[in-house]
Ligand binder design. Sequence first.
Ligand code: NAD
Ligand code: FES
Length: 286
Amino acid sequence: MNTIVETRTLAPAVKLFRIDAPKVARKQRAGQFVIVRVAPDGERIPLTIAEADSDAGTITLVVQAVGKTTTLMNALDVGDEILDMAGPLGTPSEVAEFGTVVVVGGGVGTAVSYPTAVALSEAGNSVLAVIGARSRPNLLLEEELSAVCAEVRVCTDDGSHGRHGLVTDELADLLETRSVDRVLAAGPVVMMQAVAETTRPYDIPTVASLNPIMVDGTGMCGGCRVSVGGTNRFACLDGPDFDAHLVDFTLLEQRNRAYLDWEAKQRADLHPCAAADQAVDFEATP
Ligand code: NAD
Ligand code: FES
């Protein structure tokens, strides 16, 4: 079992966990994830490793309370154990000297962008971050990204911090004035799709970190199947990073919504009041 050594609330319903996991911390590379279980009869949830400290033997996960398992996980605290953890899983993000790279992070997807921004910066790239959230309290990791990026541009849907608008509004303006060699997107599916359409006219290589439903994380169950360039790929093995210009985002969105009603019922059964308070209402997502 893996012990939680630090927790911090980053935003409403979003909690950071630093967890003792020396083997995972030693092997982890940017873009990889773990699959955790927090209850014996619970589902397995994939979580991107936001940071790994091989000296301390810890990894950092950022969890948004969405369904029953993530709500249960966010109720854990320092000293509690994660029941089981498999990882690091997935193909690491491609890290090379590309030149100028823009990482686009939407909401909790910013925690996915962060480790890749660090790795790309260490590889000698000029990394710019465009991050967005519904409102200022929901914005993640602005300070951390500022420490590793040449520039961080912030957008909020309500204008409470940074630009009043979507990350794609800022990205579109940026691409008009700057030469960009690569773009990476992580966030809601509609956002990643919009990023792909924003960069397509410029023919800029664009990578999306996909977030399909996962079960085993080993390529056996087919739960994470995505369509890329008309070919079925497994996000847990072949991804989660894929060429955003080739991803069928409409299919991904449909598959991700398959269990929404079941999830809502599980959350309500778990703890009617607490679940409603903590969890994010995805139906309200723009
Ligand atoms: P959110 O819905 O609040 O959106 C965050 C930001 O994304 C917005 O502020 C906006 O700037 C941008 N955005 C949203 N819709 C857009 C659109 N149609 N066009 C352009 N930009 C748009 O995000 P949230 O509630 O924090 O995130 C929840 C979503 O992120 C869930 O769907 C979750 O599955 C997903 N997620 C993705 C990853 C990943 O690896 N890609 C990881 C964790 C979570
Ligand atoms: Fe089962 Fe990828 S999660 S095949």
